[in-house]
Design a protein around this ligand. Structure first.
Ligand SMILES: Cc1ncc(C[n+]2csc(CCOP(=O)(O)OP(=O)(O)O)c2C)c(N)n1
Length: 321
């Protein structure tokens, strides 16, 4: 497929922004500037960026607990994302939600549940709304390989398929659920895509470290879903580069395998090589982009740290009962 320079450069900028933001979170966490914990998504950005660039105004999103910087691709400023993660009043959930709750209804971002899998039916509910409204919008629903073995995921998928709802399930298969490898807990090779047929859904497996391949697969499946054919599953093969949380020593897995993924399957480097080889960008332009994004992220951290902390009283605000 032929791509314009504008499209490719925009895609790369989103990919790089997500990567540098995930790295920034790790850096400020190490300095003790982040309360609570973070689940770093460094290395897995292409799966999220490559799918979300196929979205359009009016779509809904049920994001995941990893690669939280991805909300930026949907228009949430880094300053708001960081303020939330740092527990500040200028955050998306006024600092009361933290890292897992970068919801923003104005952008269609529905938030997520800390009880993994239980939020999949919310996404299906949003898809039902879209179907009743007869819109050609869809829901992007992200979930992990570990989450895929939970009961609510099955219920959500069954319901979505039975009612032919417009929802694209995106499995970010990073192969690990804390210390359990998916291939020890699941008997099939593709724990996302192989199950699709049982629900009567379309599916695809893609290299989650190749943003162009993800984009092409997501384009095809999102168009299929948008056209009213019912839900589909896109399984992106990936690897969790860092620990489940920062501080996890990963004693349960072989560091040589992690290193191999980092060296050979770095989605940002792969995209840079593709762009350089095809004359979409120069080394100097890449360097400038790193500098610009880094400055934007530093300003976002400054903004978040200057924002007032959420208070104990805030716990009782903005709740239904
Ligand atoms: C129902 C439930 N069980 C356990 C947990 C604790 N937990 C948080 S993240 C996680 C790993 C989930 O693995 P996966 O879905 O593959 O996502 P990943 O963390 O690899 O991105 C677990 C078990 C939880 N939050 N909810």
């Amino acid at each position: 497929m032929a791509y314009s320079k504008e499209f490719i450069t925009d895609l790369y900028r989103k990919l790089l922004g997500t990567r540098l933001s995930e790295e920034k979170l790790v850096a400020i966490y190490k300095e003790g500037r982040v309360p609570g914990h973070i689940h770093s998504g460094v290395g897995q950005e292409a799966t999220h960026v490559g799918t979300l660039v196929t979205s359009k105004e009016g779509d809904y999103f049920k994001l995941a607990h990893r690669v939280v910087s991805i909300s930026s691709v949907l228009g949430v400023p880094f300053s708001k994302i960081y303020a939330e993660i740092l527990g500040r009043q200028d955050g998306n959930s006024r600092g009361g939600g933290g890292v897992n709750h970068i919801a923003d209804f104005s952008k269609g971002i529905l938030g997520m549940s800390g009880t993994l899998g239980c939020d999949m039916p919310f996404a299906v509910g949003a898809a039902y709304k879209l179907k009743l409204e007869k819109k050609d919008n869809i829901v992007y629903c992200y979930y992990g390989d570990g989450t895929s073995n939970r009961g609510p995921v099955h219920e959500a998928m069954n319901w979505a398929a039975a009612w032919k709802l417009p929802i694209l399930f995106v499995m970010d298969n990073n192969q690990w659920a804390i210390s359990t490898c998916i291939y020890e807990s699941t008997a099939i090779e593709n724990p996302g895509a192989d199950r699709a047929a049982a629900y009567g859904m379309a599916s695809k497996v893609v290299d989650g470290t190749d943003v162009m391949a993800v984009y092409e697969a997501a384009k095809e499946l999102s168009e299929y879903v948008r056209a009213g054919n019912g839900p589909a599953i896109l399984e992106a093969k990936n690897y969790r580069w860092r620990g489940h949380f920062e501080g996890d020593q990963c004693k349960y897995r072989d560091p040589a395998i992690t290193e191999k993924w980092q060296k050979k399957r770095n989605c940002v480097k792969r995209m840079e090589n593709y762009m350089l080889e095809n004359d979409f960008i120069t080394e100097d332009e890449i360097k400038t982009m790193y500098e610009e994004i880094d400055a934007e992220l530093n300003a976002a951290v400054d903004f978040a740290e200057a924002s007032p902390k959420a208070t104990a009283e805030d716990l009782f605000n903005n709740i239904f009962a």
